[in-house]
Design a protein. Structure first.
Length: 157
């Protein structure tokens, strides 16, 4: 097991990073933190700490990047699944035998689209739905066309 670097042992990491960012020489950093901590810290300890610090930061950045990629992939998958479900709901509405079934399917599709809009951050300021079943007199075909015109439904007639 490697010995603990004196810089870490005496909690001088931030001071070393600050001096390094200012362009202080390795010898200057060692002298400064030696005086501050009343410990004999040499240039080799500074070099070893800075090397391990850079490596640690690179590993953290790589892990964050990998995690972000996984989150984005999961988000895309979720959005694609929602679009498929909405498309199927629209198909149910279009081919439903009874008006109550059509209305119910459109209502659920509208709620799903509203949820998708919120997820995408595209909800309008007045928070309206694409199709308000209770307050319009559009025919079923008009409602389907309205979705298609908005690019929200690409199903077939």
């Amino acid at each position: 097991m490697a010995p603990v670097n004196k810089i870490v042992k005496y909690n001088l990491e931030d001071k070393v990073r600050t001096l390094n960012e200012k362009g202080t020489s390795l010898r200057g950093i060692a002298d400064s933190i030696s005086k501050e901590s009343n410990q004999n810290i040499n240039k080799v300890s500074v070099v070893n700490f800075l090397k391990s610090d850079v490596k640690s930061k690179a590993e953290i950045i790589e892990k964050k990047t990998t995690l972000k990629i996984k989150v984005v992939e999961a988000e895309i998958s979720t959005l694609e699944t929602r679009q498929i479900i909405i498309s199927k709901l629209m198909d149910v509405a279009e081919h439903a035998e009874y008006d109550r079934d059509k209305t119910a399917a459109y209502k659920v599709a509208t709620e799903a689209l509203d949820s998708l809009d919120k997820r995408l951050g595209q909800v309008s300021p007045d928070n309206h739905t694409v199709i308000n079943i209770a307050q319009n007199n559009l025919t079923i075909k008009d409602k389907i066309q309205r979705y298609r015109d908005m690019g929200l439904f690409n199903g077939t007639n």
